[in-house]
Design a protein around this ligand. Structure first.
Ligand code: FES
Length: 159
């Protein structure tokens, strides 16, 4: 017998009424209960950024957040960015600039990159690097990631 708690949460525009174990992280909820496996588990300890999602418009590390703390929250994951077959401008820019190699960190990089611009922290390459420093890329695609974010910022599209 495992004690569960009720959770109402909206993910990528879909409302869910769930019963969860209190210790479930938001990351495990997304991946294991909602089958949204685009959000990656790298370290599970807040050190790599692979699990970055947006909660109520702000980027967070979903491995460090208990799902039960996100009552009535609006969550956006990498799966929620595209509009039908139309990719989000940040997704298009990552493809154009080869902002990845193995791709494991990419969903987190893209979610963080969007937030970085929205926070107003994408005014120079140095600033982008600083505010993207929580997202580790073991392949070392950093230069291209900064290129992609810079292009989206300078393109001025609504993101
Ligand atoms: Fe959350 Fe690494 S999996 S920061």
């Amino acid at each position: 017998y495992l004690e569960t708690v009720p959770l109402s949460i909206e993910v990528n525009g879909t409302k869910h009424n769930l019963n969860i174990e209190p210790r479930t992280t938001l990351l495990d909820l997304l991946r294991e209960q909602l089958q949204l496996t685009g959000t990656k588990k790298g370290c599970d300890h807040g050190q790599c950024g692979a699990c970055t999602v947006h909660v109520n418009g702000t980027r967070i590390l979903s491995c460090l957040s208990l799902a039960s703390m996100q009552q009535n929250a609006q969550v956006t994951t990498i799966e929620g960015l595209s509009k039908g077959k139309k990719l989000h401008p940040m997704q298009e820019a990552f493809i154009k600039h080869d902002g990845f190699q193995c791709g494991y960190c990419t969903p987190g990089q893209i979610m963080s990159g969007i937030a970085c611009i929205k926070e107003g922290h994408a005014n120079s390459r140095e600033e982008i690097s600083e505010y993207m420093s929580g997202n580790i890329c073991r392949c070392g695609a950093y230069h291209n990631i900064v290129d992609a974010i810079t292009e989206v910022k300078e393109g001025g599209k609504k993101i």
